[in-house]
Design a protein around this ligand. Sequence first.
Ligand code: GLA
Length: 732
Amino acid sequence: MKHYLTITFAVLLALSLQANAYERVKTPATEIVLEADAGKPLRIHYYGPHLADADIESLVASGSLNCDAYPAYGMGKDNGCKALSVVHSDGSLATELRVAESYRESESNAEILKVKLVDTKYPFYVTVCYRAYKDVDMIETWTEFENREKKPVTLTRFDSGLLPVRRGDVHLSYFTGDWAAETYLHEMPLQGGVFCISNYDGVRNSHTSHSEVMLSLDGKAQENSGRVIGAALCYSGNYEIRVETPAGKNHRVFAGIAPDNSFYILEPKELFVTPVLAFTYSDEGLGGASRSFHRWARKYRLAHGDRERKILLNSWEGVYFDINEQGMDQMMGDIASMGGELFVMDDGWFGEKYPRLTDNCALGDWKVDRNKLPGGVSALVRMADRHGISFGIWIEPEMTNSVSELYEKHPDWIIKAPGRDPVMGRGGTQLVLDMSNPEVQDFVFKVVDDIMQENPDIDYIKWDANMNVRNHGSQYLPADRQSHLFIEFHRGFAKTCDRIRAKYPDLTIQACASGGGRANYGVLPWFDEFWVSDNTDALQRVYMQWGTSYFYPAIAMGSHISAAPNHQTGRVIPIKYRIDVAMSGRLGMEIQPKNMTAEEIALCRNAIAQYKQIRPVVQFGDIYRLISPYEGKNLASMMYCSEDKSQAVFYWWKLETFCSELLPRVRMAGLDPERMYTVHELNRIDRNPLPFEGKAFSGRYLMENGLEIPYSHKADGYNSDWSSRVLHLVAQ
Ligand code: GLA
């Protein structure tokens, strides 16, 4: 047991006579500077590029952020937002934290600073932690609470951390959305008051808003210039990000688990660890912050971030619930013949007593429907193998329906308010299983385990979650712990995912939740990717994927070519444009191939072959966003550059067509100015090659001038309302 547990506030007072102790937490190019004097509050003085040693004293003396690093409620003159509120064991609501000690821990790729704070009256300990990566400009902060009081204390607010930002012309970028309209980007100047982004779904958390923000410190957000701080709360459950602009010189960004209806009773000796708040600083604009997040994700926060993703066909929009052996065989054959590498059978394959013919039954009954699939899943896995591709399967393991064998057997496993009828979701019958219950955790583990034991060759799981918590109540947790439901649900989810990953480390798992409900770094340590949205309309995807790319790399974004008219918007977009948009993420297909024309099939086959060429650049490269669809220029454009700048892929999507229109000439970014790049158009449909096809240009020219892209296509029968280009640049 560490000696800090015996440190009392009196000892701290004696220690506080010592000189200032600055703690510096450094990444390759950035640092955060804290003042961690024993007996005093922990203060943040600085976050930004590295400082010279000599500058620190001057900075502090002449005006630093000088902000309480973890303000607690109840004592002192600061009456603004708080990171922590506690009801102590004697009922007192006042907490006053002082530094007890600080120490460092080493990891192979990071260093952690831990600052232990203690209350001035109670043996209540709060450790504020900062992990700085050695090879990515990313710092993670989180907090640990330890109750050494004799009786339980209640945490009524318990943020992961706080980040101060010097006021000025600071602009906030954030995302809101809805089912089929996820991740819409908003930007606004920060003004007085508290702006809160939150989610209270209970199960998923990124449909209506994202737990990520960008703060542009030098006025309106710029893609490739200006200072930007990006922050992401890495949690799968309810959250709150509060951006406070009080009187005084700092904005303060607080982020953590949403405390509403989640007050937490901390037992004596119990340790509570908050989720991580990850943040980065860049002076290369929003793009610089995105690139750091992507790099960090691929290295540390995303399952298999270093492994290329397979090109797949998912059955959902192709056949919906109409699953049968012959149909699956046909789809597998079609995707294989187009060069795809994986087939995923979506919803509709299971249910014995209650066959899953539509969305109103059988969740929980993960037994194959032998009427649809007489040979079972294993016949399909063998079939896929014969077609030379891998096989994947859809499940929704945290859910059930009132019409299911599972519910008949275990009505006590669902989330519902005591003494009230359950509130149903999808299909009028869907229910959420109570992941706080260890029996449910075992069940969910077993869903995956049984499937994998039976068919070890299954390569991919699409893990869905199509319902939120609609009536608060755990039948497992005791009456006086009902407020722990949301937290325990996600602890149970995490424990189960840990078990699954320990046993099946190589499996590819997609996080889907009615589309993009689980696009969150809280789930990605266990998941390889997420489904961006149930909306596969290429035009709307340009906007959604643009926003998603602020924090998430292309390798994590399921992005599929789907049918026209589109099933969500009804929009008719030519296949070329649909392909060009899908190819900017983790490429897949969401379509019935047998309904495609021969020309569409040929274009997809060609696109898949070309995607294989550019896949490492798209999936592991650095993103440079060039023209935002939100800017109203009728154009969106972005590119990926390989880390060594030897290759790049440039995307150009026209958003609307007008006669005699004028679109901006797009300057590229991220290239090596000194190298010559040969330009080759991918997915070409025009009769004649582009004027610059096969020609070489210096990186400098491409970045200073860009290429003049024709606004329309010259191809037989092509509707030039839709125009898009993908260019592959290869350094000579
Ligand atoms: C959710 C998913 C879809 C599909 C259906 C199946 O809506 O987002 O992709 O898997 O469930 O029911």
